[in-house]
Design a protein around this ligand. Sequence first.
Ligand SMILES: Cc1cc2nc3c(=O)[nH]c(=O)nc-3n(C[C@H](O)[C@H](O)[C@H](O)COP(=O)(O)O)c2cc1C
Length: 166
Amino acid sequence: MTTKVLVAYGTTNGSTAQIAEAVAEVLRKEDLTAEALPAGSVARVDPYDAVVVGGGLYAGRWHRDSRRFLRRHRRELARRPLWLFSSGPLDPSASERDIPPVPGLKRAMTRLDANGHVTFGGCLQEGAKGWVARMIIKNGKGGDFRDFARIEDWARTVADELVAKD
Ligand SMILES: Cc1cc2nc3c(=O)[nH]c(=O)nc-3n(C[C@H](O)[C@H](O)[C@H](O)COP(=O)(O)O)c2cc1C
């Protein structure tokens, strides 16, 4: 039986969902079973052997759906290999250096004994929800700073660690 991995994500404007899909795609290429699903739509974690959870960053916090997911499924998550990712910075900083998890997420990582965390660049483009988002875009501070080569590399390290655990 192949290892079944859930990639759950919290998103407002869809860009974190695309990162989660890219992670799941790499895991499938590495011969694992993987599906990416919105964190709020996952009723149960026990059908999965391992979990990756991602969330967009909003006002210094991880996405609410992702935070709720960690809380709601904490018992099952603490017993499974777990990786986390954030996506946020609207500049190249995430590709240039390691950006640590926001404080609340760092505490959750310790509680759940997570294997790792990475911050990827974010994306904010025309059509994003909310007036703050529209102001950022209007002021020329939006853009797509996701580095899919880096995202895929990270997903391969997750796959390698999972295969090593088998
Ligand atoms: C209102 C607002 C607040 C944001 N706050 C942060 C932040 O605190 N830190 C950060 O790195 N990025 C921040 N961002 C950028 C988002 O994290 C980025 O656009 C991310 O890719 C959004 O993910 P989503 O498309 O999955 O919702 C913010 C964006 C908006 C619109």
